[in-house]
Design a protein around this ligand. Structure first.
Ligand SMILES: [Fe+2]
Ligand SMILES: [Fe+2]
Length: 493
């Protein structure tokens, strides 16, 4: 204990003292425990409501499907024949599709991280002992128990196909659980339940799309696997959405502000710290392949926001809103059209962008195809995570930071690599690493750190993990001239 110092709530090992184990991916200091004390009582008062209203969304174990229901039975005499049929069907699955399936499965397999996230929330919703009796605690354990079947089923199915390098997949899972995740929910259950609603819907969409693709590739059994998982996600989404609906009912002002705060931060994907021991940009590559294939896209991100705004009747909120609450309401209600515009811009860029490919260890080093947009050629987060094409929203954050005189840092290496031609600019290695072919000049892209990492110039790695990328021309289009000048002066760009 004496060997650590607190920075933004996170223990940082003292210089010179090497930790025995360091996760391959770490996030910068995070904002923690922001729930006002007076809000604690709200969740405690809702405990009985949760037991009565939310627990019925769970299915009794005896009525639940199990992975074995969808897999060849090893006790059966026909086991080998069933496995042979499964492998025949899977033989035609394209590599890009396998990449999406593995990425989705790895995300499911990091379930310990998600249960941890729920159990770090304040407001009396966490499972205090691991066997707590509150409605919230019972929900979290039973939800995790249902979720646990998803990774199990997908993992076993993929194992039996013989199409993927299981050792590499298993390494990725171990790395990912070791790294954890940063949902940016500040231990606040308002933001936490908004985040989980968003994510359940995102996984519902993703698994639903892999099911549709499986049908197209002639594997009806795999389609049933993905569709079964998607149905669970839908049920979980309904439960979490019901919780947030209740929060809007009892505390609309704070809930709409929490919704706006969560949207401003972007909804980080649960597996954003993914690593396989080889590809430093594995999550970006996986996300880009999923985007190209239409398994989970920027349009889906925009659609989820629009859906949630409608689901919770945000536009119709009137009573009980403070001035700040009304501003949050306006902001959240404006997001749908804004994200649609940005999504159209992204689509236009994707049409112009060159095709690219990255090797995936999961499929024995074979290539996964993606479109080499700005997001995949610099070190920013990809579209799924609210990257380059979310510039308008990001402009708001930038403006706010600048007004508050909070230092803002850009990563000039990424800008050089992505803006100069013919070989990606002065930093050729970087360009090569980023699959930047230099086939067309690009606007410079910058990684901008959000509040929390202040005082030292961040490394590219930190920028990648916490930053959002914006093309400079779009940034300037935002009319933030004063901010641009300040940042340019500070970074000598
Ligand atoms: Fe799941
Ligand atoms: Fe889920």
């Amino acid at each position: 204990m004496a060997s650590t110092a607190k920075v933004g709530g996170n223990p940082i090992p003292r210089a010179g003292k090497k930790a025995h184990f360091t996760p391959p991916r770490e996030v910068p200091p995070q904002i923690t425990h922001t729930l006002p004390p007076e809000k604690e009582e709200i969740f405690e008062s809702l405990n009985e409501w949760a037991a009565d209203t939310i627990l019925p969304y769970l299915k009794p174990v005896e009525e639940s499907w199990q992975p074995q229901d969808h897999l060849p039975d090893p006790c059966s005499g026909s086991f080998h024949d069933e496995v042979a049929e499964l492998r025949d069907r899977a033989a035609e699955l394209p590599d890009d599709y396998l990449v999406c399936l593995v990425g989705d499965m790895v995300t499911e397999e990091a379930l310990p991280t998600y249960q941890t996230m729920l159990n770090t929330m304040d407001g009396g919703v966490r499972d205090e002992t691991g066997a707590g009796a509150s409605g919230w605690a019972v929900w979290t354990r039973a939800w995790a128990a249902e979720e646990n079947r998803h990774g199990d089923l997908m993992n076993k199915y993929l194992y039996l196909t013989g199409r993927v390098d299981m050792r590499q997949v298993e390494k990725t899972i171990q790395y990912l659980i070791g790294s954890g995740m940063d949902p940016r929910t500040e231990n606040d259950p308002y933001m936490g339940f908004i985040y989980t609603t968003f994510q359940e819907r995102a996984t519902f969409i993703s698994h639903g799309n892999t099911a549709r693709h499986a049908v197209r590739h002639g594997d009806a059994a795999l389609a049933r696997v993905c569709g079964t998982v998607a149905a669970d996600e839908k049920r979980h989404e309904a439960a979490y959405a019901r919780i947030v609906e209740k929060l809007f009912e009892v505390d609309p002002d704070y809930t709409v502000m929490a919704f706006a705060r969560m949207m401003r931060k972007k909804v980080a994907m649960p597996a954003h710290l993914m690593f396989d021991g080889a590809d430093d940009r594995l999550f970006a590559h996986f996300s880009a392949v999923a985007q190209r294939l239409g398994v989970y896209t920027a349009a889906d991100y925009a659609g989820i926001i629009e859906f949630l705004v409608g689901r919770w009747g945000v536009a119709g909120l009137a009573a009980g809103l403070s001035g700040e609450g009304r501003r949050a309401q306006d902001f959240v209600c404006s997001l749908g059209p804004r994200f649609r515009r940005m999504e159209e811009r992204a689509q236009a860029e994707a049409k112009r962008a060159p095709a690219a490919a990255a090797p995936f260890s999961w499929i024995h080093g074979r290539q996964g195809q993606y479109t080499d947009t700005c997001c995949t050629s610099c070190s920013c987060l990809p579209l799924e995570d609210g990257g380059c094409c979310l510039t308008e929203e990001f402009g708001d954050s930038l403006s706010r930071l600048t007004l508050l005189k909070i230092p803002v840092y850009f990563s000039p290496d990424a800008a050089l690599a992505s803006s100069q031609s013919p070989n990606g600019g002065a930093n050729g290695d970087r360009a090569e690493e980023n699959n930047c072919t230099g086939s067309k000049p690009r606007p410079p892209c910058f990684n901008l750190l959000l509040p929390g990492v202040i005082g030292t110039r961040p490394s590219d790695e930190e920028a990648f993990l916490s930053g959002v990328c914006i093309p400079a021309d779009l940034y300037l289009d935002l009319g933030e001239a004063a901010a641009a000048a300040e940042v340019a002066a500070a970074t000598s760009l």
